[in-house]
Design a protein around this ligand. Structure first.
Ligand code: DP6
Length: 351
């Protein structure tokens, strides 16, 4: 009897080397390794609390105060994996309460401005999986737990770490080696900053999952990207982070964003995520870097038109000043929604 509880917070991560393509849809195994930067908890995060009790009748999930039924196969897969690990512990230690058999009540909240139109699945699945792994007192490390978050949403596995994170694609068919690892903590490069420019809060035209399936099935350019471009870029980007080489990091980040949107355009029918304002931002950053004769700012865009700009703190005035100056007159630009963000050091955490 009694109610057992735990909670976790997980921040959003933004990929600088994009995950786009699955080699196994059910296990969420990617066609390439990826790299991301985890943003500050204070700015964009999901907080999830979980409770288990033999008095509960069924698993229940409240998302932003709304009761949702747990129908998604991905959520069901995550819960099953976590229960299996807990069951193994209970089988070994008979005095443990049988939490693996108790229904769960899950309460999850995002602190993002609802208008921001930012993908929340990464932080959402990361917080869910970490909260339950704490409730069950699982001994596995974060890389092991990231394999469960990965089944919820690929990008979620990277939100279990702070700072600079790699998702290693792995090559096993069962996905046992497809997991997130830390490249460097946020403290390693404390000068790094990010700004999110919210251009549109509309729902995505093509959700990531269907978009990437279509790219894998129809784009010729995609084959070149995953076989030739990304493996080389992965090593280069990792070195640029370890060496704190912003010019190199920025160049690779922009090239990879462009490469990802190029394979989207090369899909048939084509997928468009960038709009005219996104393209103006791309030009503006290139102009700024040209004027400065150095790469001081880098853009990246996910499956939507909103931009994330990386820069070092010493260049903040120049970068944000230039964005404000040139974009305030652009229609479709919501200047009230520029968020300056720090990086976070600890990925998903207790709270
Ligand atoms: C463009 O992780 O949302 O943001 O695994 O199907 O849930 P699923 O996809 P998701 O895709 C993210 C795509 C991306 C790039 C990235 O985050 O690496």
């Amino acid at each position: 009897m009694g109610v057992y509880t735990a909670s976790a917070t997980a921040p959003v991560n933004i990929a600088t080397l994009k995950y786009w393509g699955k080699r196994d849809k059910k296990l969420n195994l990617p066609t390439n390794s990826s790299i991301s930067v985890t943003l500050s908890q204070a700015d964009l995060r999901t907080h999830t609390s979980v409770a288990a009790s033999s008095d509960f009748h069924e698993d229940k999930l409240w998302l932003n105060d709304k009761l949702e039924s747990i129908k998604s196969e991905r959520t069901i897969a995550c819960l099953a994996d976590l229960r299996k690990l807990r069951k193994e512990m209970e089988d070994q230690k008979s005095d443990l309460p049988p939490l693996s058999t108790y229904p769960l009540h899950i309460v999850s909240e995002n602190n993002f401005p609802t208008a921001a139109g930012l993908a929340s699945s990464a932080a959402g699945f990361a917080a869910l999986v970490v909260a339950i792994s704490r409730l069950y007192q699982l001994p596995q490390d974060m890389s092991e737990i990231s394999k469960i978050a990965r089944k919820g949403s690929g990008s979620a596995c990277r939100s279990l770490f702070g700072g600079y994170v790699a998702w290693i694609m792995g090559d096993l068919e069962n996905g046992e080696d497809s997991k997130a690892v830390e490249i460097a903590s946020a403290e390693h490069w404390p000068e790094m900053k990010a700004a999110i420019l919210v251009i549109s809060d509309d729902k995505k035209d093509t959700p990531s999952t269907t978009g990437m399936q279509s790219t894998v099935a129809s784009s010729d350019l995609f084959q070149w990207r995953v076989k030739e471009v990304v493996p080389r870029r992965f090593e280069e980007m990792k070195s640029s982070i370890l060496e704190k080489d912003f010019a190199k990091f920025g160049e690779l980040t922009m090239k990879d964003s462009n490469s990802f949107h190029a394979v989207c355009l090369d899909s048939y029918p084509p997928i468009f995520y960038l709009n005219d304002t996104s393209k103006k931002i791309i030009k503006l950053i290139h102009n700024l870097n040209e004027t400065e004769n150095a790469i001081i700012a880098a853009y990246t865009f996910d499956a939507g038109p909103n931009a994330v700009i990386y820069y070092e703190e010493k260049n903040e005035k120049k970068v944000l000043g230039s964005l404000y100056e040139h974009l305030s007159s652009v229609s479709g630009w919501k200047d009230s929604l520029v968020n300056e963000l720090n990086l976070t050091s600890d990925g998903s955490s207790n709270s």
